[in-house]
Design a protein around this ligand. Structure first.
Ligand code: FMN
Length: 172
């Protein structure tokens, strides 16, 4: 049976939720990633950076904007060996209209040609933004499925949306 990886980036701390700033003890994308791993039997891999992102929401947004302007590739704490996986679920929050830069580092560091990538994203109203276009540019030769976009505050109750999406896009 072909192997499944569920890689995700998720930022715990203060975040923008339902129109106000609130603390998230467990990230929205992490919640969705764990549900997908439970359904697919995939290995979970958390994309983490060496330098931690600020806990405060506004400071985090400032850093994300700087990294976007510089097209940064923040260093990752652990590398993932994707060579043994045919199916890669890739989760991230929408940051400033696309994937957070650590996800760009993750994609730049592996060979994704011939692999199936299933993007999933959590957001506060902008959906997946231009993340899938950016992903297509970064991993030439991969087959990228339709994205699952979940509003952050709906992460806990996203089971039905995940099931329908998996039914539609995922065949082992
Ligand atoms: C730095 C930063 C930038 C964000 N930019 C956007 C955005 O452009 N559009 C949007 O809909 N939500 C944006 N959000 C909200 C997050 O996408 C949303 O809260 C997401 O569910 C957080 O997932 P996480 O808890 O897994 O990190 C941003 C949040 C942060 C911290």
């Amino acid at each position: 049976m072909s192997k499944v990886l569920v890689a995700y980036f998720s930022h715990e701390g203060m975040n923008y939720l339902g129109g106000k700033i609130a603390e998230l003890k467990k990230g929205n994308t992490r919640k969705v990633a764990e549900k997908i791993a439970a359904r697919t039997g995939g290995d979970l891999f958390r994309i983490e950076t060496v330098e931690k992102y600020p806990y405060e929401y506004r400071e985090c947004v400032e850093q994300a904007k700087r990294e976007a302007a510089e097209d940064a590739r923040p260093r990752l704490a652990k590398c993932a060996d994707v060579s043994g996986y045919d199916h890669i679920f890739l989760g991230y929050p929408n940051w400033c209209g696309t994937m957070p830069k650590p996800v760009w580092t993750f994609l730049s560091g592996g060979d994704f040609s011939g692999k199936h990538i299933y993007p999933f994203c959590t957001h506060e109203g902008s959906g997946e933004g231009r993340s899938v276009k950016d992903m297509e540019m970064l991993c030439n030769g991969a087959e990228i499925s339709r994205v699952l976009a979940v509003r952050g505050g709906m992460a806990d109750s996203s089971d039905g949306a995940i099931d329908r999406w998996l039914e539609d896009v995922f065949t082992r």
